[in-house]
Design a protein around this ligand. Structure first.
Ligand SMILES: [Cu+2]
Length: 314
């Protein structure tokens, strides 16, 4: 089963893994058997006078050469599995993967942005990795790929090629703060024609609100999708940022350009908090924790978030 993996890297990584696991098992069993054999054969009752062994060149050579061959074998399989990951092809679908505390987002060359990674099957996918705040790591276990995302590191890239359609999990594999364990997303592998149709569907970029839709519920989905709840609770508790519960329409104390002032928590305030979070800092909280969602959340989506926040007061 392990020969037909979800990506082209699975075979190489799994082969190296099985070789190392096999050698480890061979020694686990061999050494355990030798211990038991020696316990029986050379215990005090059976072998009352210990024999001095002055050394043996032959033995020294054997136990140097055999392990050398084995570790070189492990190295070979490891190297052969790893080198294709480092040879990033020139041609492929370029996607920018963006990480922030504590969510991923993916930007395509035509400007489409998504919180899940959608890719076509049997095509080289080149991810340009970008971390906005701290170290993150993009890990797709089913694909056997993982690469650290380092803030400010130029040419931070990884690539892979999917062999099977389906949905796989993407994890952040670098501890990046309190809600690190909530930082995951999906990788959706589609047939190429299906993918290109999705890619070209720019109407999806413009929000389509069906008649009679529950705006607050749509807002809730946007909040979920963007990972806001990692920092803002819905039950009144303070997490990293202030709670969303019962705040809309209230008066809040904020620090604006060093001056403390009172301001009404209204549409304008929410919009500014999302696009320019450091402009007003809610008293009791630190600046720089929330990053701007400019370019990630459209103004239409902000309106829906506002509807959701209002609904929390009812
Ligand atoms: Cu992370």
């Amino acid at each position: 089963m392990y020969l037909t993996g979800a990506s082209t890297f699975v075979h190489g990584v799994d082969t190296a893994f099985m070789v190392i696991l096999g050698i480890s098992f061979f020694f686990l069993i061999g050494i355990t058997a030798t211990i038991i054999l020696f316990l029986v054969r050379y215990n005090k009752k059976k072998n009352p006078v210990p024999t001095q062994n002055p050394g043996s060149i032959k033995l020294e050579i054997i136990w140097t050469v055999i392990p050398l061959v084995l570790v070189m074998g492990m190295f070979y399989y490891g190297y052969v599995g790893w080198i294709p990951m480092k040879r990033i092809p020139d041609q492929g679908v370029q996607i920018t993967a963006n990480a922030r505390m504590w969510s991923f987002s993916f930007r395509y060359e035509n400007g489409r942005v998504s919180d899940k990674l959608y890719v076509p099957k049997d095509t080289a996918i080149i991810l340009n990795l970008n971390a906005e705040d701290v170290l993150h790591s993009l890990y797709i276990p089913a694909f056997r790929v993982k690469e650290d995302m380092v803030p400010g590191l130029p040419n931070n890239r990884m690539w892979f090629q999917a062999s099977k359609t389906g949905t796989y999990t993407i994890y952040c594999a670098e501890y990046c703060g309190l809600q690190h364990s909530y930082m995951y997303s999906d990788l959706v592998v589609m047939e190429p024609d299906e993918f290109w149709a999705w890619y070209a569907d720019t109407t999806a970029v413009v929000l389509d609100i069906p008649e009679g839709a529950d705006l607050a519920l749509m807002g809730r989905q946007i909040v979920d999708r963007n990972g806001c709840l990692a920092c803002h609770s819905l039950d009144g508790a303070t997490v990293i940022g202030p709670t969303f519960l019962g705040r809309f329409g209230e008066t809040v104390r904020v620090v604006t350009e060093g001056e403390e002032r009172e301001i009404v928590y209204d549409e304008e305030y929410v919009r500014r908090s999302i696009y320019d979070p450091d402009y007003d800092i809610t008293v009791g909280f630190r600046r720089g924790q929330m990053l701007s969602y400019e370019g990630m959340i459209t103004p239409d989506e902000v309106d829906l978030i506002i509807e959701f926040l209002k609904s929390l007061n009812q």
